[in-house]
Design a binder for this molecule. Structure first.
Ligand code: UTP
Length: 289
């Protein structure tokens, strides 16, 4: 089956970025001059995804509007001879087909994904967390789709973390089938280093077989009283083939202030027009510390 749809859950409250997220969705906070969600949607487009399903909640309208056309702004830019900016803005409105569904109560990531069931239909699909950015020439979702095409099962994107940091992540358990892929036996949420089955963490990229919806309907509330996607994936591991694939790329946890800051500095260093400015700033600061 061809993976054509990506579900991006953006209904969370973004408490780590309060008070900014009192009014602005976390996913709309910019890394330089693009909101973080733009990088995720770009990743989906470059991975061959044809339709994005945003799972939203009240107050997140800015995300849908961002990916819509803004005729008034386009007219203004044309009138003021800002052709380059006009083209940039026009392109965002035409990037990809967008559908939104509402998560009426924030009952966890598993619940958010289940909200997309009627729009996804009978297809297998990708899940991209809107507050994780991965930079790589071959986009991470594409890497996972290639693994799905090869092994015909669900694929969970994983990355190596230091053993002492396993307590921060979902950690996978399984047996290696090639250098980068494991056949999964399950996942453990935030294990202590001594209890962690591997050091492979799951930052927020998935290709899921449609059967995940059945599992999501059967799970009970888990950690934090929320419906956890992890619990449904563990259920799927008992019934179906699930793989963990170690992707290539630099991952930024832009849902945390530290990750957000790191991404801002690195992205500026990576941009021709900002690199020198960022180096100058860093050098100046270095003298003061
Ligand atoms: P997070 O827990 O990282 O996001 O969920 P959050 O809840 O918005 O942020 P904090 O922890 O309060 O700062 C991971 C992703 O899952 C979505 C979030 O929007 C985020 O993109 N999510 C989470 C939902 O869509 N619905 C939920 O019920 C929970």
């Amino acid at each position: 089956m061809k993976i054509k749809k990506a579900v991006i859950p953006v209904a969370g409250k973004g408490t780590r970025f309060l008070p900014a997220t009192k009014q602005v969705p976390k996913e709309m906070l910019p890394i330089l001059d693009q909101p973080m969600i733009h990088y995720c949607v770009e990743e989906a487009v470059l991975s061959g995804i044809q339709e994005i399903v945003f799972v939203t909640s009240s107050g997140k309208e800015a995300i849908e509007n961002y990916f819509d056309r803004n005729i008034e702004l386009e007219t203004f830019l044309i009138k003021n001879n800002k052709q380059e900016l006009f083209e940039k803005i026009r392109k965002i409105g035409d990037m990809i087909e967008i559908v939104t569904v509402r998560q009426k109560e924030q009952l966890g990531l598993g619940h958010a994904v289940l909200c997309a069931k009627s729009v996804v239909g009978k297809e297998d699909f990708a899940v991209i967390l809107g507050d994780d950015i991965v930079v790589n020439n071959i986009p991470v979702t594409r890497q996972l789709i290639d693994c799905y095409d090869k092994h015909h099962g669900s694929v969970i994107g994983v990355m190596q973390v230091a053993k002492e940091l396993t307590y921060k992540y979902g950690i996978v358990k399984g047996t290696s089938i090639d250098g980068k892929t494991l056949k999964m036996q399950g996942m453990v949420e935030k294990p202590k280093p001594e209890d962690a089955p591997t050091n492979l963490a799951t930052p927020g990229r998935y290709i899921l077989k449609n059967e995940i919806f059945g599992a999501l309907e059967r799970i009970e509330r888990g950690a934090g009283g929320e419906y956890q996607l992890t619990d449904a994936i563990n259920m799927l591991c008992l019934e179906d083939k699930v793989f963990a694939h170690e992707f290539e790329g630099q991952r930024y946890d832009t849902g945390s202030l530290e990750g957000y800051l790191r991404a801002t500095v690195d992205f500026a260093l990576g941009r021709e027009d900002l690199r020198e400015t960022m180096i100058t700033i860093l050098k100046e600061k270095r003298k003061l510390i």
